[in-house]
Write a protein that binds this ligand. Structure first.
Ligand SMILES: [Fe+2]
Length: 356
């Protein structure tokens, strides 16, 4: 998970107290490189999950890696995983291909179908929020995140997780970020993959932080404000500023079919849009990819909203969707499919010029 230009993280489940490490081979390193540092001076260890940061790589590196696990009590008990392939993100590459899932809500049939119909060999799979139905049970965290529906869903598609409103709910929601995001990083980020820059923005909850159902657990408005400041900086970074295609992934959409508030929760995150809209326009954002409403929707750009809005995903296999994106230097092609692989939307976006 968490692929970048210089590395990624490997996380896997273990049945009892173990240590673990990652072995990596590539054309430049036919003898395995070993990654065995948790970032705090320990060999990565855990009773339920082991997580190994793989760092210091270079963009576009084609590699194979495997995980080795050893019992702390009896080092003769050792398991070595199969090798799997991965390519670090590469801003210089002429093309990219990725997919987006959202609102799977622990629905196993939906997850298994998505896993079956989503291509492998993607630069990344964005899991755009609401992977659960609130975290009431602590022991649901790791299986839901690492092998939902019993799938090996990240094989050939390193996952970038982007939290949704349900992912911050429930007694144990506070534990999720430390399972997904590396210490010292934020639950929002920017990536450049080939000609596409993608901002993963965190829209947080769909009601105000003081809402009684949150039991005083969330501080989403502070996170939105922090992202507003970060946005002003990141859209000036050359790799992001000048990308031919400028895309946003965020769980709650920034636009919806009506502007009027209809329910006691937000269908689109006006709280986020108020803070982020001007920066997104200045950047030249072309498309916002979201979930949340469980109803496929496409809103083309219009006056006041120069960015298109796509809403996909959902827990029900009859109405859920898969978003696929593919870009070369000239064209960004977006396809939204239902889970029978029938296209609901095919849209092309032209390349933007570098900002003046
Ligand atoms: Fe949802």
């Amino acid at each position: 998970m968490g692929p970048g230009e210089d590395g990624f993280d490997v996380a896997w489940t273990v049945p009892f107290l173990c240590r673990g490490w990652v072995e990596l081979v590539s054309r430049d390193h036919p003898e395995p490189l070993v990654f065995a540092h948790d970032g705090y001076g320990f060999i990565p260890q855990g009773t339920e999950v082991i997580r190994v940061p793989v760092t210091g790589l270079h963009p576009g590196m084609e590699l194979r890696f495997r995980a080795v696990t050893e019992s702390m009590d009896d080092p003769s008990v050792r398991r070595t995983s199969d090798w799997r392939s991965l390519r670090t993100l590469d801003p210089a590459k002429g093309h990219t291909r990725f997919a987006v899932w959202s609102d799977t809500h622990s629905q196993e049939e939906t997850i298994r179908t998505l896993d079956r119909i989503t291509p492998r060999d993607l630069d990344f799979l964005a899991w755009n929020g609401d992977i659960c139905n609130d975290w009431h049970e602590e022991d649901a965290l790791i299986p839901t995140l690492l092998h939902p529906g019993g799938t090996d869903f990240t094989r050939g598609r390193p996952m970038i997780f982007n939290p949704g409103n349900h992912d911050v709910r429930g007694t144990w929601g506070f534990r999720l970020p430390s399972l997904v995001f590396r210490p010292g990083t934020k639950p929002y980020r920017a990536v450049r993959s080939g000609p596409v820059a993608i901002l993963f923005l965190n829209t947080g909850e769909d009601k105000p932080d003081h809402h009684p159902t949150f039991h005083g657990r969330v501080a989403c408005q502070t996170l939105r404000e922090e992202q507003a400041l970060w946005l002003k900086q990141i859209i000036r970074e050359p790799a992001i500023r000048d990308a031919p295609f400028r895309i946003v992934c965020c769980h709650l959409p920034l636009r919806w079919i009506v502007e009027k508030k209809v329910y006691d929760y937000d269908c689109c995150s006006e709280r986020s849009r108020i803070l982020w809209h001007n920066s997104l326009i200045e950047w030249g954002a072309q498309l916002i990819l979201s979930g949340h409403t469980h109803q496929f929707t496409y809103l083309p750009p219009e006056d006041g909203f120069p960015y298109a809005q796509v809403i996909g995903g959902g827990p029900d296999p009859q109405t859920s969707t898969l978003i696929q994106a593919e870009a070369d230097k000239k064209t960004f092609k977006l396809t939204v499919l239902n889970l029978r692989k029938e296209p609901l939307l095919e849209e092309k976006f032209p390349a933007l010029s570098p900002s003046p």
